[in-house]
Ligand binder design. Structure first.
Ligand code: UPG
Length: 449
């Protein structure tokens, strides 16, 4: 069989921590397979990782200093500024004169689907990358059926109050927890349009690499969503589960922020299983100051040791004298070495926003979860954690009672640690991991032929 000599693979992540981390891990695996990975980011983010063999190139994003980097500003940068610069970069590689400098494939995070258009225009093979659960992808993919069957309106607004079944025999979602329902009405409509466009682009792809374990993906034909028959006979894109990537590869310094490793010394001085770790990933802002304050008071009254990841601006809004009062009981840090924290024996429970990377890291570290999903796919992940895997409970508020009851339910459920152990094996054990890596090898062979 004749292989293409071209060796460059351009990887385009969405510029957020939960997207960049798995993309860098994928880059590292491609490098191990003899490819030459180059990660493309907008100028406004800085990745500190210096892994030998992985290049990180930033391109202009048109975002001016001091302007907010919210979802819509980033979408504007991705749709209107980055394509031109990306196209120029690809052409430089393609016309360098050496075949091995050519681009064999572009791998695009679906949230950055603008790059699919560019790759198609230049006639370069393109694969999608989905950094989250396949269940969430399937939910977005069922938008046309939800429209046809009157489950949502033309603008994505739920037309039913009842629970929505993600697919047959799978957990249910509250209709107001659909992943595009974030912010005010205008923002919700714009996000719904974003997803409609993203899924249209996704359906043109030949492959979709998913950062999930193989058995999450068995295909259910005639899936029922609120009695809706979905036609899943189309096989585009071909879905290849290749994760969870953090169990296949470790790379250093993938954080967009500096980690405060003093938490590890602090944890060494605590009692086994006693500490509550709290982090909402890069998503603190939608919780709002009032909830941050509720949680601060509740933690103090709870008198249990805790580590809380809270950025400096949010810390300023804490009650006066709070940091001094809790200094013996807890530790507040701007950014933690999360995997090391979760793996520490003194951490007994993790209060999380249910981001997919955090969920996977908790399963990897066999920690029980208190769930407070905030937006997007976090509701889907939470539904799996609470309803299907039963390794955590969902909290509806941050009062002392909420925390006490939640902790009681997770810490006193003796069978929970057995379930976590089983889930760990099912998602990351040797057999399933080798299937995931075989999927990656299949993909690499496909693109090189
Ligand atoms: O103090 C901290 C806090 C977090 N992390 C890391 O940051 C990542 C956070 O990822 P994730 O849990 O997925 O959260 P987000 O950054 O919020 O990720 C976004 O992207 C994910 C993948 O698409 C989605 O599942 C989330 O809902 C979405 O918010 C994880 O690897 C954590 O280990 C740290 O290293 N230190």
């Amino acid at each position: 069989m004749k292989f293409r000599k071209k060796s460059k693979v351009l990887l385009v992540p969405y510029p957020a921590q939960g997207h960049v981390t798995p993309m860098l891990k994928l880059a590292s695996l491609l490098l191990n397979h003899g490819l030459n990975p180059i990660v493309i980011t907008p100028n406004f983010i800085q990745i500190n990782s210096k892994e030998d063999g992985i290049s990180i190139i930033s391109i202009p994003d048109g975002l001016e200093d001091g302007t907010p980097r919210d979802f819509f500003a980033i979408e504007n940068a991705m749709e209107n500024y980055m394509p031109y610069h990306f196209e120029k970069l690809v052409q430089e590689y393609e016309f360098s004169g050496k075949e091995e400098d050519g681009v064999v494939c572009v791998i695009v995070d679906l949230l950055a689907s603008w790059a699919v258009k560019v790759a198609n225009k230049l006639g370069i093979q393109v694969a999608g990358f989905w950094p989250a659960m396949l269940a969430t992808y399937r939910l977005f993919d069922s938008i046309p059926d939800m429209l046809t069957n009157g489950i949502i309106s033309e603008t994505g607004c739920p037309l039913h109050n009842g629970p929505i079944s993600i697919s047959l025999g799978q957990p249910t979602l509250r209709s107001d927890n659909l992943p595009w329902l974030i912010g005010n009405t205008t923002a919700r409509i714009s996000r719904f349009k974003f997803w409609t466009k993203t899924m249209e682009r996704s359906r043109t792809l030949k492959w979709l690499l998913v950062n999930t374990f193989p058995d999450e993906c068995h295909k259910v034909r005639n899936t029922t969503i609120l009695n809706t028959k979905i036609d899943q006979s189309q096989d585009c894109p071909q879905i290849l589960p290749i994760g969870p990537l953090n169990t296949h590869v470790t790379i250093k310094n993938v954080s967009l922020w500096e980690e405060d490793s003093s938490c590890l010394d602090w944890l060494d001085k605590q009692v086994v299983n006693s500490v509550l770790y709290i982090s909402f990933g890069s998503w603190v802002s939608p919780i709002g100051e009032a909830k941050v304050n509720d949680l601060a008071f509740a933690l103090e009254l709870l008198k249990r040791p805790f580590i809380w990841v809270l950025g400096p601006t949010w810390r300023e809004g804490l009650p006066k004298g709070y940091l001094e009062r809790i200094s013996k009981q807890g530790k507040i840090v701007s950014w933690a070495p999360q995997i090391d924290v979760l793996q520490h024996e003194t951490v007994g429970c993790y209060l999380t926003h249910c981001g997919w990377n955090s969920t996977v890291e908790a399963i990897q570290s066999k920690k029980r979860l208190l769930c407070y999903p905030i937006a997007g796919d976090q509701f889907v992940n939470c539904a799996y954690i609470v309803q299907k895997w039963r390794i955590g409970v969902r909290m509806d508020g941050f009062g002392l009672k909420d925390l006490e009851e939640g902790l009681k339910r997770v810490m006193e459920d003796d069978e929970m640690s057995e379930r976590i152990g089983r889930l760990n094996e099912m998602t990351m054990g040797k057999v399933v991991s080798s299937r995931a890596m075989a999927n990656l090898t299949t993909f690499i062979c496909d693109i090189r032929i």
